[in-house]
Design a protein around this ligand. Structure first.
Ligand code: GTP
Ligand code: MG
Length: 539
């Protein structure tokens, strides 16, 4: 019997503060498993109203189905993972190239299919609704209400994580999108691999986040170990390029043209080849992902692995990162467009640095992770040492037992009072250093250590972050003092996710919390000086 439960499993299981997780998979294992499954997966679009049961029954004629997922993207879709790759060939054998006589098209045999019923639709009407994938996250107003029902700030953070984290199906769909692009790229480079990196796989991805892809050409030739072929060594002729950057730009440009011209469902293709990291941006309509394809970007893959390790060491890490990223987005500290603001990547580094600085530390420094590395963990990329332990099970658990209630408040206190004017942040040693140059915010790139990952941030944006952090620290401290919460008012994390002006008006009756606090300060100064005058009058 086929199952239609539409159950959602999480690749990163939900934890409570006290739970200890079992053996954790390495990043390489997760990648290999995801890519392997994606190769056995097809994507099928079908007209609204067709029964899912009929679709699965039909598709299972071609082989055993391992998993499936129905979603509403650009029309209803079924993602079907077979047990064997051969099942895809069987399906491709019966598939026809669409009729191009009325609308011209380029014939291509891919793993994207359309299923059209031969019989009347009325016989196959589906009663159950399709999982709505286009708007998977709840609106912020609903989230705020939901958080208000939690019984602690800690549980508010776990609740937000539960709402926003990527589901197992969503991650599978991301691997599938990479695999479909890999099929196109393999027309030129038959052994290349397209891998997801960034928040899709680093454990910090929010539903709806972009899909960062890495075209890995280093896999080419890996399988061919030097063979003894008599007295000669045989080498392929290769095209020489003026620089690695030029090679990357040319490869991306050609693959980008293929994607734009031949890949079904890829739209809005943009070549952004002059960026520091050249990329091809496009929208993958069948899966609904905004994609950035890069090449020769191995350091970014390694930093995704590092973040994956940090995210899996302690259940509080992801909960805190999701909450602070959500807070930053709500208040326009981060943005979906590039500009002088703090990026999610920089913000995550700041949170990791903060957690390295708790007493006792919640997270180890990168230097400590390097000390735990063995020979197979050694990675030197472009002259940069990117070595660290890749097995999260080798890293000791922290003895720090602080709750998320405390950590959230302390994060805002810490960065509300951080000496950004003279100090830099670096997760390698987990210590503040003097800034090597005067950028307003200096976060050392963990692998390319002469670089600042937040060089784009201007003073104005940093000041906004600091001012908001101070406001939020103050607001959270009010929760402790507000014995007997007013359940109608957002409190704890929920209070930080509504415009602060609303809260301040309700709570204080003044325009902003800042102005309220300045008023209190001025009044107390006035009172002090009046007292002093009074003291003098009586002396
Ligand atoms: P989202 O905002 O959810 O997409 O987070 P993300 O981590 O995927 O960020 P983004 O898509 O901007 O970048 C993808 C990956 O590229 C990151 O996870 C990092 O590994 C890397 N990256 C991004 N920005 C920088 C940077 O400024 N310096 C370096 N060295 N790597 C970066
Ligand atoms: Mg991303």
């Amino acid at each position: 019997m086929l199952s239609f439960t539409g159950k959602v499993y999480f690749i990163f299981p939900l934890h409570t503060d006290s739970e200890v997780s079992a053996r954790k998979k390495t990043f390489t294992e997760v990648q290999a498993e995801g890519l392997e499954q994606a190769q056995k997966t097809v994507l099928i679009s079908y007209p609204t109203g067709i029964s899912k049961k009929n679709i699965l029954q039909y598709v299972s004629r071609h082989g055993k189905i391992n998993s499936h997922f129905f979603y509403e993207g650009h029309g209803p879709h079924a993602m079907v993972e077979f047990s064997e790759k051969e099942s895809i060939y069987s399906l491709q054998d019966v598939a026809q190239i669409a009729d191009c006589s009325s609308v011209p098209g380029i014939p291509l045999k891919s793993r994207l299919f359309t299923l059209t019923p031969r019989q009347s639709l009325s016989q196959a009407l589906d009663e159950t609704s399709v999982h709505n994938y286009q708007h998977p996250t709840i609106p912020i107003e609903d989230l705020v209400q939901k958080l208000c029902c939690a019984d602690s700030i800690s549980n508010q953070l776990y609740s937000l994580l539960n709402e926003y984290q990527l589901t197992e199906e969503n991650i599978k769909l991301r691997f599938l999108a990479c695999s479909l692009i890999q099929d196109i790229a393999r027309a030129y480079f038959p052994e290349c691999v397209v891998k997801p990196f960034g928040s899709s796989v680093n454990s910090f991805g929010k539903l709806g986040c972009d899909l960062d892809m890495f075209l890995d050409l280093d896999e080419i030739g890996k399988s061919s170990t030097p063979k003894k072929t008599g007295p000669f060594q045989v080498e392929y002729h290769i095209k020489r390029m003026p620089s690695l950057r030029t090679a990357t730009q040319r490869i991306l440009s050609v693959i980008g043209d293929c994607i734009a011209n031949f890949s079904p469902g890829c739209t809005h293709v943009q070549k952004i080849l002059d960026a520091r990291c050249p990329l091809m941006r496009f929208f993958h309509q069948p899966t609904g992902f905004q994609c950035d394809l890069t090449a020769n970007n191995r350091v970014a893959l390694r930093s995704s692995e590092l973040l994956y390790i940090y995210g899996n060491l302690d259940s509080r890490v992801r909960a805190l990162v999701f909450a602070i990223r959500c807070w930053a987005r709500t208040h326009g500290i981060t943005s979906s467009t590039s500009g002088p603001w703090i990026t999610n990547f920089s913000l995550t580094m700041m949170i990791l640095f903060f957690l390295q600085n708790r007493k006792p530390p919640i997270l180890p420094t990168l230097a400590e992770l390097k000390n735990l590395a063995d020979a197979e963990d050694e990675h030197i990329i472009g002259g940069h040492d990117c070595t660290f332990v890749s097995n999260p099970n080798k890293i000791n658990q922290t003895e720090n037992t602080e709750t998320l209630d405390v950590l959230l408040n302390e994060f805002f206190e810490y960065f509300g009072n951080f000496d950004f004017s003279s100090k830099s942040i670096n997760i390698c040693e987990g210590k503040e250093h003097n800034k090597p140059e005067p950028s307003p915010l200096y976060i050392q790139n963990p692998f390319e250590r002469a670089l600042n990952i937040s060089a784009n941030v201007n003073q104005n944006q940093l000041d906004r972050f600091v001012a908001l952090a101070r406001e939020c620290a103050w607001l959270l401290q009010q929760v402790d003092q507000d014995h007997g919460r007013d359940s109608k008012q957002p409190w704890g994390l929920a209070a930080l996710l509504v415009p602060l002006i609303k809260i301040s008006k309700k709570k204080m009756g003044t325009r902003t919390l800042a102005s309220a606090r300045i008023k209190v300060l001025l009044n107390s100064l006035r009172a002090n000086s009046a007292n002093k005058k009074g003291e003098r009058a009586f002396s």
